[in-house]
Design a protein around this ligand. Structure first.
Ligand SMILES: C[S@@+](CC[C@H](N)C(=O)[O-])C[C@H]1O[C@@H](n2cnc3c(N)ncnc32)[C@H](O)[C@@H]1O
Length: 192
């Protein structure tokens, strides 16, 4: 739970700055227990998919949202293999999932999913541990990123719009360095 934030303020600000409309389709990967969905609903976004490998995490949000949960599309699945609609999303959000993918094959599968699911002209907001962030989280090895390394991970077709660092204070009081990037997806045929 070291990554826990009561509100994903930086993610939310980048989503707002991506230029999506309130009707656009948003997918929050690993968003199970996160309150980002509450803040998106409060601001009028209403086409929201939450994908998480953990049904327990999703149940926490369903319980918190009450009847508002009925308007959310919930998917319990692994992001690396979930059958997501081709070009179905204008915005992909992930805070603290990608950095757990420490082998190249998993990262390639992740990027393939993003390329398939995000509509050309859509946006991707990713939050990972920064280069000076922790090398382990919840006992697991993590990958750490600079903005350039993150862009390189996504490859051709993506453009870096903005990046920000955040010193995240964990519930026990330690500080973790996060990197937030807003990327645009130009499309499969773009040379990037
Ligand atoms: C570190 S937590 C971050 C939660 C939230 N995004 C936040 O920033 O507060 C990671 C979440 O991703 C989920 N997760 C981990 N691996 C996943 C995968 N391969 N596919 C989908 N969800 C995954 C976990 O169940 C957990 O809810």
């Amino acid at each position: 739970m070291s990554w826990y934030q009561p509100h994903l303020r930086m993610s939310f600000d980048l989503i707002e700055r991506s230029g999506i409309t309130q009707s656009d389709q948003i997918v929050d990967v690993g968003g199970g227990a996160s309150t980002l969905v509450d803040d998106l609903l409060d601001c009028g976004y209403h086409n929201i998919t939450i994908l998480d490998i953990s049904s327990k995490a999703i149940d926490i949000s369903k319980a918190r949202l009450g009847s508002r949960a009925n308007g959310i599309h919930w998917i319990v699945d692994d992001v690396l293999q979930a059958p997501l609609e081709h070009g179905g999303y204008q915005l992909w959000h992930d805070r603290a999932v990608l950095h757990f993918l420490t082998n190249a094959e998993s990262r390639r599968a992740y990027v393939t999913q993003v390329r398939n699911a995000v509509a050309p002209g859509g946006s991707v907001v990713i939050a990972t541990f920064a280069l000076d962030g922790p090398s382990k989280c919840s006992g697991l090895e993590v990958s750490r990123y600079s903005p350039e390394a993150l862009l390189a991970e996504f490859g051709p077709g993506f453009r870096l719009i903005e990046s920000h660092s955040e010193s995240h204070r964990t519930p026990p009081g330690a500080v973790q360095s996060f990197l937030y990037c807003l990327l645009s997806f130009e499309g499969l045929n773009s040379a990037g």
